[in-house]
Design a protein around this ligand. Sequence first.
Ligand SMILES: Cc1ncc(C[n+]2csc(CCOP(=O)(O)OP(=O)(O)O)c2C)c(N)n1
Ligand code: SF4
Length: 287
Amino acid sequence: MATLADFNSPLLPTWCPGCGNFAIWTCLKQALVEKGLSPMDVNLCFDIGCNGNGADKINAYAFKGLHGRTIPLASGISLGNHKLPVIGIGGDGGTFDEGMAHLIHAIRSNYKFLFILHNNCDFGLTTGQATPTTPQGQKMNSSPYGVVESRLNPGQLVLASGASFYARGFTGNIPQLKELIVKGLEHEGFAFLEVLQHCPTYNKFQDHLYLNSRVYDVKTDENHKNDRRYVYDLVDYSNEKIATGLLYQDPESTSYYSRLEKRKGMETTLKDEVKVYDIAEQVKEFI
Ligand SMILES: Cc1ncc(C[n+]2csc(CCOP(=O)(O)OP(=O)(O)O)c2C)c(N)n1
Ligand code: SF4
């Protein structure tokens, strides 16, 4: 049975003091241990960005792709080996700017993997430019007169696109965040976990104290409904309080792979079936 120490890398994080990435990094390791996974039993796909700088700070099979392309990477890996737990990790910039189309199609397809969104509401690594989750009017390094565009709401976007799992955690609540990662890993389909993460260096409008004073766990709300439309309204930015926890899960969710007729009843994974084909004869036709 793996321990937390097994996931330790000899490289130490380089994030700024107080960065929410430390909490996500810790919860990720705790969740993997709780699931009884060893570093060899899981694949982590990291994006480019401060979030992606965690790729070599954890001892596991980690792959770092192009900015905004962590979702197609994770989708392909989970299809190639549907027995392997896969986690995609990305920032709000990469996910909603460069990678938006991938997110929508992963939701439609319902590929089985957990996606963890580090939502710090800015492009952290490139020094604090606005992303789609930065509030309209907010002055940022790239928008000295204030952001012109309206603010994108991750929860509303994924729910409206048909997401089968939407959870929201906060880097100030480690036990809850760890539990949400575990739940996301167990989901039969695409699990979208938004993490409200403070970036003390560039996000001056939504800091740890701001979030801490507004968040509550929906487990404490007996009126909470596991209903797509209800949660859509619940996560609207106009609400003063910020609901966290497993906000919506389709209990009948089925993953893309499990719906493939030709794979039904097959014990092997696609990876197991990769063979060397001799195509010399076919190639001769073209030379
Ligand atoms: C296709 C592409 N566009 C832009 C960049 C430049 N770039 C690298 S990191 C980064 C910011 C990342 O921000 P985000 O995805 O929000 O992650 P964070 O650093 O905040 O964790 C940008 C714009 C790039 N490497 N590739
Ligand atoms: S710039 Fe922000 S997100 Fe990046 S390491 Fe520093 S605090 Fe964290």
